[in-house]
Design a protein around this ligand. Structure first.
Ligand code: FRU
Length: 483
């Protein structure tokens, strides 16, 4: 048996071996993409091809830790119901032996091309990285073509996560990098045939321009055209907390600007965080056949208490966010859950006009572990409104401070921790609660908070509390289980 076969078999055995234990976990999510066993991280190779959405993911089948990653694979016709397609890539060859790291997909001449990073480490821990190509006829089985980009001079071996696109008949690739003097950077390559790639240079970061002092490594870059601008999404490492910003170990966000393909130049503005919660990293987008720009993120952050999640007792760790449609409104990225997610709603909504006056309120029928809440026409002139979930997670909007806060009981030590951002006015909220996650979309997706949290499995209560007077139109749907 060759190494690829051997790794596949060993990984499938792990799934079989732990299936019962995994399924018994009360924190297994109901409608978010998760690994069947082991650890899931970045979304990879997200693409719609002949009507079908393909989402690959970074996967460690053998433990709930990082290491020599595989690419796992899910498929869907509608972004709601997903089928596990098994293993797409195993770290079997010399150029990827310590992991088939993150990358992207592109449809070319009726085939699916995936570009990913081959991660290699020697006994002393010295790293090498190769940007590799694999091609598929059916989107499921891949033929590895090996490295197509070698590490150019000027960068350390932290050089990874190729995102490839076609523009005006030419091909472009952005890569996340660290310069020799330890600055995070996004590096551009061009090609006319997807096999021979030319190193153009740094288009963002590298210790210059608006990202001058901006950390020591950029991961998972993604450059795309949206609503008249070119948006560069990436995940910088090494930022210090700054006011309410940058409190997670690493960040994920974007700049907007103009990419001139002929001049291969990119002029851009300042960095904004994409999400203000505890758990959001390494997002990747695709343009689907309806012309929408859709994003998936990893609902975690590397090196952030990963070994303390209670799900590791059940031999699995981490999940994806919901798919979100992106729009650019007055220069800012708005994210809203894709319309298809309405298909998760089970039965009719519970609908109420709620008004609260210096009290705590439960609303009949508004409880549960997997649900969607919508608050519209929020009328809050002073004071604050708080909503608690299962007694261990809470969101608070203070009208007086113009600050939105998400709090959770830490799964590391039980202490309440918080993340915040400034929100001038609160108009509406759309909230997706799953057994151990929450995604809050504020003002039509202008701000988003994404987090894991672990309420006691039999506490399904939802409490509304206001310091003064608040009213809103409330809708609640139960959401069905698809995983
Ligand atoms: C981001 C990341 C990528 C890398 C992958 C490895 O979370 O560190 O830069 O390709 O994870 O799993």
């Amino acid at each position: 048996m060759d190494r690829d076969q051997h790794l596949r078999q060993a990984a499938y055995k792990e799934i079989e071996k732990h299936q019962l234990l995994v399924e018994q976990d009360p924190y297994r999510l109901h409608y978010h993409i998760m690994p069947l066993v082991g650890l899931l991280n970045d979304p990879n190779g997200f693409v719609q091809w002949k009507g079908t959405y393909h989402l690959f993911y970074q996967w460690m089948p053998f433990e709930t830790g990082h290491g020599a990653k595989f690419w796992g694979h899910y498929q869907s016709k509608d972004l709601v119901n997903w089928k596990h397609e098994g293993i797409a890539l195993t770290p079997a060859e010399w150029f990827e032996k310590n992991g088939c790291y993150s990358g992207s997909a592109l449809v070319h001449e009726g085939q699916l091309y995936v570009f990913y990073t081959g991660n290699v480490k020697d006994e002393e821990g010295n790293r090498e990285s190769y940007q590799c190509l694999a091609v598929s006829e059916d989107g499921v089985h891949f033929d590895k073509k090996g490295p197509v980009v070698q590490l150019p001079r000027g960068y350390t071996a932290h050089f990874r996560d190729p995102k490839v696109w076609e523009q005006n008949g030419a091909y472009f690739m952005v890569i996340g990098a660290q310069t020799d003097d330890w600055k995070g950077a996004v590096v551009l390559f061009t090609s006319s045939n997807l096999v021979d790639w030319k190193h153009v240079g740094i288009i963002a970061g590298g210790g210059k321009g608006p990202l001058e002092a901006f950390g020591y490594m950029f991961e998972c870059p993604d450059l795309f055209h949206l609503d008249g601008q070119d948006v560069l999404v990436f995940s910088p490492q090494g930022l210090e907390p700054d006011g309410m910003k940058y409190h997670n170990v690493y960040q994920a966000g974007y700049v907007t600007g103009i990419f001139e393909a002929e001049k291969t130049s990119y002029k851009h503005g300042e960095f904004y965080e994409l999400d203000h919660g505890f758990d959001f990293y390494a997002p990747q987008t695709t343009r689907d056949e309806k012309g929408r720009r859709i994003l998936f993120g990893w609902m975690s952050v590397p090196d952030q208490g990963e070994q303390d999640h209670p799900t590791i007792q059940h031999q699995w760790l981490h999940n994806m966010t919901l798919p979100r449609e992106l729009k650019l409104v007055n220069g800012k990225l708005y994210q809203s859950p894709v319309a298809e997610l309405r298909d998760l709603r089970e039965g009719d909504a519970i609908e109420r006009e709620v008004s609260i006056n210096q009290e705590t309120r439960w609303v009949k029928g508004v409880e549960g572990k997997a649900l969607e809440l919508e608050l519209k026409e929020i009328n809050l002139k002073a004071g604050w409104l708080a909503i608690s979930f299962g007694g261990s997670g809470r969101i608070v909007y203070s009208r007086n401070d113009q600050v939105f806060t998400m709090e959770r009981e830490s799964y590391v030590d039980g202490v309440v921790e918080k993340r915040q951002t400034e929100v001038k006015e609160l108009h509406d909220l759309q909230i997706f609660l799953d057994t151990s996650s929450i995604e809050v979309f504020i003002n039509g997706g202008e701000y988003v908070f994404t987090s894991r949290f672990y309420p006691s499995p039999n506490n399904e209560s939802i409490q509304f509390r206001a310091s003064q007077t608040v009213s809103f139109h409330l809708k609640k749907w139960k959401l069905r289980r698809v995983f």
